[in-house]
Design a protein around this ligand. Structure first.
Ligand code: PRX
Length: 649
């Protein structure tokens, strides 16, 4: 059994780590016993304009619902991530940028250079009317300007909303409108795996549906010719040429918003998850140190995109707050070939690599030779994030990529949590493949059954967090009630994660996956409702139901059942058209892996779609459909089973 398999802390880590097993117990114990003193102490990591005297002040109860951390503190996040390091050691490299094409030269920015770039960008934003509290949408590829733009917003107190470059114009327009953003920062084009993505053209299309948009700042990335609209669009390099490289950081209250990041839920449109300045930054900095035990001089590589929370917290905010050298990679892990990710490790002597299980599973398919073709001796730690890591992928990562030398840091967390919540510490935690191990200091996880009873000891149930932590999201942008309803009503007085989990006899946590209608495709969240509403927007579609299905690389794939309008004929051509339609409506990540035409969907007599049955059929578990007698038309199930779509292997 996987639980019996234990990987003790390696001697090297036992000796060098800041925190050992005893240290973890003490730290964790104190964090829960005296949270006020603990967090005010941790807050000393940051440079405050006014040091806080209050730590957490919160209640998850409806009558008195509020969450705040360090409410009397003042700071500037960008100054914490840049200025203090630029002053103390300005020649240290802050960001290494590795281009998509390995034949091109990487770029390096010292903390001093980063400061100048960020100030310049901040002045361009100000010159274009952006003030404290305004929302700025960032739709950029993984180029250095993306980091600079994010930090420039933080410097002037504007709230950034980064939208992943893979989202469609429609999805972008929705995210611009929802937060009433007047300015978008984009690039002529993005590049990934040798392909070009026409970002500026997407913004033009989105703009037609986003009337709040007044200004588009365009970064020249590939030099492609793009249309510029007079009075709305400006080139960043033109504006920057006139901007000063000096911009004082805006003093911000710890509770002032830092950013919005849209994420999918089980119902409705994506939610604008709002994070604070002080609590979020402290959480990113603490967890970056606790999980990765970062030491000055090392190169830290989080191979995510800054369009996701992982990129926010572990490419930018956490590492930079800790004065680290962080690597930003424009391309794909397996392009031009399956060795690329390891070649990047060698080229920049990366000590920590932090990536997602889906990447590992894709690489495993190419065998060990592309890994063995590289050196990787600089690696000391390997991290995993975004979805449950299957033990086979864990062992491969450990044995092949890390040559048995590097602890695997499997971090469980969410966009909502700001940073890692359950994860090992390399010098403290013996590892079990597939387990995210133990909670971070300050995190109080609980297992609950469907009735809300707290389960003790070894048990399996739903995962809730019983108290607030500094990195917790503060609200859903524009809809505080939705925030409360989504997270605090399932288990009153607790934050409900939407995940299921198991705790073993040793107190180790194993995340079993979402228990709601959210699917995790390649470590990215997709709401089934979103894909369904894209499908029913097609003129030939009457009804759609979407569920997750097992996928050997993506973890979960998207399985769509589609009922056509009367008179419409199912065909291969329409199948492909619908798949492409979803791709265009939301983006490539939402493209169904399987699409089945269904004459009818299984519904209860009250008209509720029985997703349990649809999930079973998608999984191929058709022998165990359970009780179908409550269905309005039990015969539809036979048709669905008979015409089930299987994925090519
Ligand atoms: O189901 C959990 C899964 O990803 C969800 C959060 O997705 P998102 O907000 O996009 O954030 C991804 C990056 C943190 C969670 O509810 N998840 C994330 N990390 C893990 C995980 N499941 C198991 N193990 C993990 N390490």
């Amino acid at each position: 059994m996987a639980e019996a398999e234990l990987y003790p802390v390696p001697d090297e880590w036992r000796q060098r780590a800041r925190i050992d097993a005893e240290g973890y117990d003490k730290l964790y114990g104190r964090s829960l016993a005296d949270p006020g003193a603990f967090w005010l102490d941790q807050a000393k990591r940051l440079d405050w304009i006014k040091r806080p005297e209050i730590a957490g002040d919160w209640s998850f109860d409806e009558a008195d619902f509020h969450i705040s951390w360090f409410a009397d503190g003042k700071l500037n996040v960008a100054a914490n991530c840049i200025d203090r390091h630029a002053k103390a050691h300005g020649d240290r490299v802050a960001i290494i940028w590795e281009p998509d094409d390995p034949a091109e030269e990487p770029r390096r920015f010292t903390y001093r250079q980063l400061l100048a770039e960020v100030c310049r960008f901040a002045n361009v934003l100000k010159a274009n009317g952006v003030a404290k509290g305004d929302r700025v949408t960032i739709y950029l590829p993984m180029i250095p300007e993306a980091a600079v733009a994010v930090l420039a917003c933080a410097r002037i107190g504007a709230i950034h909303s980064v939208v992943f470059g893979g989202f469609s114009p429609d999805a972008l327009a929705g995210r611009i409108q929802d937060c009433d953003s007047k300015l978008v920062i984009t690039a002529d084009e993005g590049r990934r795996g040798g392909k070009r993505i026409a970002l500026k053209a997407c913004v033009d299309e989105a703009a037609d549906r986003a009337p709040s948009l007044e200004r588009v700042i365009v970064v020249r990335a590939t030099g492609a010719e793009v249309a510029m609209r007079d009075g709305r669009d400006i080139w960043y390099h033109d504006a920057a040429a006139e901007a000063s490289g000096d911009c004082p950081p805006e003093p911000m209250n710890a509770e002032d918003p830092l950013f919005i990041l849209y994420t999918s839920g089980s119902t409705g449109k994506p939610k604008g998850v709002l994070h604070s300045s002080g609590g979020y930054l402290l959480w990113a900095a603490c967890t970056h140190e606790w999980c990765f035990d970062y030491r000055v001089g090392e190169v830290f590589w989080c191979a995510a995109d800054i369009g996701w929370v992982t990129g926010h917290s572990y490419i930018l905010y956490g590492p930079l707050a800790n004065g680290a050298t962080t690597l930003m990679y424009e391309g794909l892990p397996n392009w031009p070939d399956a060795s690329r990710i390891w070649q990047v490790v060698d080229r920049h002597q990366v000590s920590t690599l932090f990536t997602a299980p889906t990447v590992l599973r894709a690489l495993m398919k190419d065998g060990d030779a592309p890994v063995h073709a590289t050196d990787r001796s600089s690696l000391r730690l390997l991290g995993s994030v975004g979805e449950p890591i299957n033990p086979e992928a864990w062992r491969w990562y450990h044995r092949v990529a890390g040559e048995g030398r590097c602890p695997i840091i499997d971090t469980w967390w969410q966009t909502e949590t700001g940073g890692a919540m359950i994860a090992p510490m390399p010098g403290a935690t013996d590892l079990k493949p597939g387990s995210a191990t133990r909670p971070m200091p300050g995190v109080d996880p609980q297992l609950l059954d469907a009735e809300g009873q707290v389960l003790h000891g070894a048990a399996e149930g739903n995962l809730a967090i019983a108290r607030s932590w500094p990195g917790q999201m503060r609200t859903v942008w524009g809809d505080h009630d939705r925030f409360f309803q989504t997270y605090f009503t399932t288990y009153p007085g607790k934050y409900f994660t939407g995940d299921g989990a198991r705790r073993d006899d040793d107190g180790y946590w194993w995340i079993t996956g979402r228990v709601d209608d959210v699917i995790n495709v390649s470590g990215h969240r997709m709401g089934t409702a979103e894909v369904e509403s894209a499908l029913v927007a097609h003129p030939k579609v009457a009804e759609a139901a979407v569920v997750g299905m097992p996928h050997d690389v993506k973890g979960q794939g998207i399985y769509a059942y589609v009922t056509l309008n009367g008179g419409e004929e199912a065909s291969d051509a329409l199948h492909d058209e619908l798949v492409q339609w979803v791709r265009r409506e939301i983006g490539p990540i939402a493209k169904p892996d399987a699409l089945q035409f269904a004459p009818g969907l299984p519904k209860t007599r009250s008209g509720k779609i029985m997703r349990r049955i649809l999930r079973k059929i998608a999984e191929g578990d058709t022998g165990a459909l359970g009780d179908t007698s409550t269905l309005a038309e039990p015969a539809v199930v036979d048709d669905l089973v008979a015409n089930r779509v299987t994925l090519p292997t």
